[in-house]
Design a protein around this ligand. Structure first.
Ligand code: NAD
Ligand code: MG
Length: 364
């Protein structure tokens, strides 16, 4: 940490490397982030919830540039191709050139869509992520996956396009609803569960402080998760191997999300339940110790996350949905399982009866 309390994590991608700054007051600290803008044009993409709260802080830093803003309606439904088109039109109206910068101010919905629009405008211009949800700070703003939903499914259209910087201003979390905050914590826990047992132990030791959003532990938790993800991304930018580990809990989780038509569970909540199901399945297959499943469950509970599948869930129906996952090869399930905390593995050819038995047990 530097003397001003700002933590910096580098995403080491050679010529495309970039900093993730984490701390208080960063949106107003234009002296830091404006240097990442190369040209004279900027378009701020945000939404109707976040802009009234935080756009002004960013606007002050844009003085003297040709800039405008484009606001999405709030919600996952607006992460659409049609809105990418509207953002591109806003760039055209601004007269944006090749050295323009798109600034994404908001949660993962805004970041994914704005990043994708930046990837498209003149075949790719700079963008800067200014994440305002915990999930976006620790997950979606880092790593360069951008995209939108299609009627056929979530995140089906997209591009790898790395940001020029990530400005994670922790002050913005003050207005984030509790449930969204806890959903973000699930993605923090996930990083520790996959590959960092020391971090997991640290989360256990600091669970109460994190649940209470205490400043210093929160900044530390964000920085540690970002450092972990940045390492994975630097080693496997386009998910040829290791990056798939970041999907721990996600195949189970996506099945739960789609079964609930995305209305009953937030993504992070589905991931929390999904990680626990992955741990239980690992146990059933003789891979992971029961004691570690119990530790994961306790930590999720302490951080206010759900651990049980929604009432009325149907095991066979969930298994059917898991079969549709992009990661599968024909006839076999490919899942992220673990040998215990911090030791996740990609496992191909997972026997369906074991998956079904795990789901049946959870649905009882
Ligand atoms: P979100 O963007 O919908 O934000 C959640 C809610 O919080 C919204 O209502 C939003 O308006 C509101 N909000 C945002 N910041 C706020 C603030 N500071 N104060 C008050 N309210 C605020 O959801 P999310 O959880 O941030 O992101 C989910 C999206 O991220 C999904 O579309 C998912 O596919 C995507 N995602 C992408 C990646 C990636 O690698 N690109 C990774 C994980 C998730
Ligand atoms: Mg996720």
């Amino acid at each position: 940490m530097s003397t001003d309390g700002i933590r910096t994590v580098e995403v080491a991608l050679g010529a495309r490397r970039y900093p993730v700054w984490i701390g208080r007051g960063l949106l107003g600290d234009a002296a830091r982030w404006r240097a990442r803008l190369r040209g004279r044009h900027a378009l701020v993409v945000s939404n109707t919830t976040v802009a009234p709260l935080y756009l002004e802080r960013v606007a002050q830093g844009l003085e003297g540039l040709h800039w405008s803003s484009f606001l999405l309606e709030d919600g996952e439904a607006h992460k659409s191709f049609a809105n990418v088109g509207r953002v591109l039109e806003a760039l055209a109206a601004l007269g944006a050139t090749r050295d323009a910068c798109v600034i994404a101010l908001g949660g993962g919905v805004v970041g994914d869509l704005a990043g994708f629009a930046a990837a498209c405008w003149m075949r790719g211009v700079d963008f800067v992520q200014m994440p305002t949800t915990l999930l976006a700070m620790v997950d979606s703003s880092v790593g360069g996956k951008t995209g939108v939903n299609l009627p056929a499914g979530k995140n089906l259209a997209g591009a790898f396009h790395q940001p020029r910087a990530v400005v994670a201003d922790i002050d913005t979390l003050a207005t984030l609803p509790d449930r969204e905050y806890r959903a973000g914590l699930a993605e923090v826990i996930k990083g520790a569960a996959i590959g960092d047992e020391d971090f997991f132990a640290w989360l256990e030791a600091n669970a109460d402080a994190l649940a209470a959003r205490a400043d210093a532990p929160l900044a530390e938790a964000i920085a540690r998760k970002v450092r972990y993800k940045a390492g994975v991304v630097a080693r496997d930018e386009t998910e040829q191997g290791e990056r798939a580990l970041l999907n721990l809990g996600h195949t189970f989780g996506h099945a739960l999300e789609t079964a609930g038509r995305y209305t009953t569970l937030l993504h992070g909540e589905a991931v929390a339940i999904g990680m626990l199901l992955a741990a239980r399945l690992s146990e059933r297959l003789g891979m992971g110790p029961a004691a570690d499943t119990a530790r994961l469950r306790r930590l999720l509970v302490r951080l206010g996350l759900p651990t049980g599948v929604p009432a009325g869930s149907d095991p066979q129906h969930l298994l059917d949905r898991m079969r549709l996952d992009k990661k599968n090869t024909a006839g076999a399930l490919r899942l992220i399982l673990w040998r215990g905390i911090g030791r996740a593995e990609i496992v191909a050819g997972v026997p369906e009866p074991a998956v079904l038995a795990t789901l049946e047990e959870a649905c009882r």
